[in-house]
Design a protein around this ligand. Structure first.
Ligand code: ADP
Ligand code: MG
Length: 485
């Protein structure tokens, strides 16, 4: 598209995120809530909504919703009730979904994201409400028929609705990254978009920059990764601008995303709320959330990624790059927290985690949760370096690999491999004398003024000592020797 035209428009995005909760049982029944069971095995009469059955509220759902609401600074609605949202679909055996309409558990609040320029921006939340998932229609397994798996029906969901505050596809992407991080830190959803445990509908409109009113919005569904959400918004932005430039009227519709073709396709015109015939759910009592319950959950909240980021960058002196790389993966942050509970060299701990440990994980294709060496042993290794007992190089090249072979402490390993660094001047002198003997020409050149050769000599000392010479002590001893010649 012509850049000049594109630059006159801005895109406006509001996201609706559905998060499947990691409860043991379903939202309103004791059916197990798990992914990957044989089709239609976790389905009781309650999930099917048979006559005479009654739903019962899973208290964990409320607790998880409160965790997220508190994390996002939402107002908590203390008096709530559920609503029935009626529609017909083959994967909705009850013919309605139990959701919240007029009294969502949380309203307001915000999620902090980073903009493209790195600045922080608060994305306001409209609401978070509790509801249940539908079953799954499977179109691509049987050649002739659509199959229905009802295991997912009744899975507890949180729907997180944002205000239309996002202004680019990258902001939308970053918002999803933050939401997923929160869900994972709070242990309430695994945030796996590929498996559908976190899903996102994107509402997209465009308008001329400077215009006060929003344009007609289109809702895009069926994106199974955060990258695809970004791609769908990119496509939709261009499509809408082109339509407006061509004098076409945009219609408020629901579109699907075709990831192979990279385009959105019209699915249906948007249904109005009154098509759903919402009414208060008669089979579930209203929910009362007490101040005490909110206080209890607040007190049990884990440290959130934003707080960690401030602490790592301001207190621990990590770079923003390192801090966000550690925090982005909860597992890495937990490992880091554990490391710095054993040693207080924050920077070295971050360097080991993002350096040698991360490389090992990448080589092995494993996750930090499968890393076999305990934070305690890595900390002991860091301490050996800090105490001048081994060099960084020895630690990384010799001792780190040995940690996988035995349960011995780094110190024991260093001792048994005879790697402890020597700052004992007799021993160092021995190395230095040897180096001077072997490099007579360089010694002469040094004497003639080429002082930068000290680097060369240091390398030689490391070589003859097998890396065991304490660099600081040998550096000063070497200079002394050379200068006194
Ligand atoms: P609907 O009634 O169609 O579901 P809502 O007002 O509930 O619409 O909004 C749904 C989502 O659409 C919210 O995330 C909201 O921020 C977003 N949204 C609303 N208006 C616009 C718009 N003009 N452009 C982009 N997103 C919008
Ligand atoms: Mg809506």
């Amino acid at each position: 598209m012509d850049e000049a035209i594109r630059s006159r428009y801005e895109v406006v995005i509001g996201l609706e995120v559905h998060a499947q909760l990691l409860t043991k049982t379903k939202a309103y029944s004791s059916d197990v809530n798990t992914y990957g069971s044989a089709p239609n095995t976790n389905v009781s009469a309650i999930t099917l909504g048979h006559p005479g059955t009654l739903p019962m509220m899973n208290q964990k759902t409320i607790e998880y919703a409160l965790r997220l609401g508190i994390a996002c600074d939402c107002q908590i609605n203390q008096h709530q009730h559920f609503a029935r949202k009626n529609y017909f679909y083959p994967d909705l055996p009850k013919g309605y979904q139990i959701t919240q309409d007029t009294t969502p558990i949380c309203t307001g609040g915000q999620v902090l994201i980073r903009k493209e320029d790195g600045e922080k921006k608060a994305i306001r939340l409209t609401r978070i409400h509790m509801e249940e998932d539908a079953g799954k229609s499977i179109h691509d397994v049987d050649v002739f028929d659509t199959l229905v798996d009802l295991n997912r029906a009744g899975t507890p969901l949180l729907e997180i609705v944002s205000e239309p505050d996002l202004r680019s596809s990258i902001e939308a992407y970053n918002y999803l990254v933050e939401i997923r991080k929160l869900l994972r830190y709070l242990d309430i959803c695994d945030g796996n978009m590929e498996e559908g445990s976190m899903r996102c509908d994107a509402n997209v409109s465009v308008r001329l920059i400077g215009s006060k009113e929003f344009g007609t919005k289109v809702e895009v569904k069926n994106m199974n990764s955060m990258r695809n959400v970004q791609r769908a918004i990119e496509f939709e932005t261009q499509r809408q601008i082109e339509a407006i430039e061509n004098g076409e009227l945009l219609s408020q519709e629901t579109r699907g995303f075709d990831a192979l073709k990279g385009r959105t396709i019209s699915m249906r015109t948007k249904e109005a709320a009154n098509d759903y015939r919402y009414f208060p759910e008669p089979d579930l009592p209203p929910i009362e959330v007490s101040e005490a319950q909110i206080a209890t959950i607040s007190a049990q909240m884990p440290t959130l990624p934003n707080v960690l980021f401030e602490r790592y960058t301001k207190q621990y002196g990590l770079s923003e790059y390192d801090a966000s790389n550690i925090i982005d993966q909860k597992g890495l942050a937990l490992y880091y927290e554990s490391l710095i509970s054993y040693n207080s060299n924050y920077k070295a701990s971050a360097n080991w985690l993002m350096g040698d440990i991360k490389s090992y994980l990448n080589e092995q294709g494993i996750d930090i949760s499968q890393f076999p060496v305990s934070p305690q042993r890595i900390s002991a290794l860091i301490e050996l370096i800090d105490e001048g007992k081994i060099s960084n190089t020895i630690a990384s090249q010799r001792i780190f690999p040995a940690l996988f072979q035995s349960e011995n402490s780094p110190l024991e390993i260093a001792q048994s491999l005879n790697l402890l660094q020597s700052s004992d001047s007799n021993e160092l002198e021995g190395y230095i004398d040897k180096v001077m003997e072997l490099n007579v020409t360089e010694v002469q050149r040094y004497k003639n003024g080429e002082k930068q050769l000290i680097g060369f000599f240091m390398g030689q000392i490391m070589k003859v000592s097998g890396g065991k010479a304490d660099p600081k002590a040998s550096n000063s001893l070497m200079r002394q020797k050379l200068d006194s010649l």
